[in-house]
Design a protein around this ligand. Structure first.
Ligand SMILES: Cc1ncc(COP(=O)(O)O)c(C=O)c1O
Length: 241
């Protein structure tokens, strides 16, 4: 990362040599990040923060599928960024079902199945809770969503906010079965600098949305991202074993 802090200040959107160098670093980071979570590089979208990633994913799906239905299923314990988006969408005509969690802080997949409606377009359930640390049954929900899609051949999107899980557990978007997946570097390891870098992954989301990578600052942060994730994973493996 050091060269990006000291000499390689190129704007990754510029055509000049320094800019192209920054662009190459960003693209390399994209490929490395994709490999770490079993996604494809063109499914990775870098954005500026967790709240922005959740907005992009949830609002993006809801706007794109408004003609098919306006029902969202989420949990009652989502991060305030997801709660806020759902409340805003409710004001604009979407209906939101908030699934309860039980004494163990975990929702029941049966409740989710029962809440599914023909006009449900999106399920948004977080992986690890930011206050109590409980892990929701994302893989099971992913399986349910796939089965539902096959049964009804309709569009149904599954978004998971995995911010608090990154670096602490193995993340594989294929196994988890989610379509929109979001996590960030600041949750596990990062250099002490004020800038924050987050990315969302669009798994199976065919309409790609690219977040602009505007400055050398971005290249610098993204360059270190895969390395910090690898390091955090290694460290946690050791603690756990
Ligand atoms: C689970 C979860 N989702 C979303 C966010 C929002 O991320 P940001 O503060 O980067 O906007 C946080 C923040 O800590 C979080 O813990």
């Amino acid at each position: 990362m050091l060269p990006y802090l000291t000499e390689k200040f190129g704007n990754a959107s510029s055509v000049h040599g320094l800019g192209q160098e920054a662009r190459a670093a960003v693209d390399r980071a994209r490929r490395e990040v994709a490999t770490l979570i079993a996604a494809r590089a063109n499914e990775i979208v870098f954005v500026s923060g967790g709240t922005e990633a959740n907005n992009l994913a949830i609002r993006g799906v809801c706007e794109a599928t408004a003609g098919q239905g306006r029902h969202i299923i989420t949990s009652a314990i989502e991060h305030s960024s997801v709660r806020g988006i759902c409340e805003a969408l409710e004001k604009r005509g979407w209906e939101v079902t908030r699934l309860p969690v039980y004494e163990n802080g975990i929702l029941k997949v049966e409740d989710l199945q029962a809440a599914l409606r023909p006009d449900t377009v999106l399920i948004s359930v977080m992986l690890a809770n930011n206050e109590i640390g409980t892990l929701q049954p994302i893989e099971e929900i992913g399986t349910l969503v796939r089965a539902e899609r096959e049964r009804t051949t309709r569009k149904l999107w599954f978004h998971t906010d995995a911010v608090q899980a990154a670096g602490r557990m193995e993340l594989n978007v294929e196994t988890l079965g989610c379509d929109l997946f979001r996590f960030r570097r600041t949750s596990f390891m990062r250099p002490k600098e004020p800038a924050r870098f987050t990315f969302a992954v669009e798994c199976g989301w065919r309409r790609r949305t690219w977040a602009d990578i505007r400055s050398a600052k971005d290249a610098r942060g993204l360059k270190v991202f895969p390395a910090s994730l690898r390091l955090a994973r290694l460290r946690n493996w050791r603690v756990w074993r």
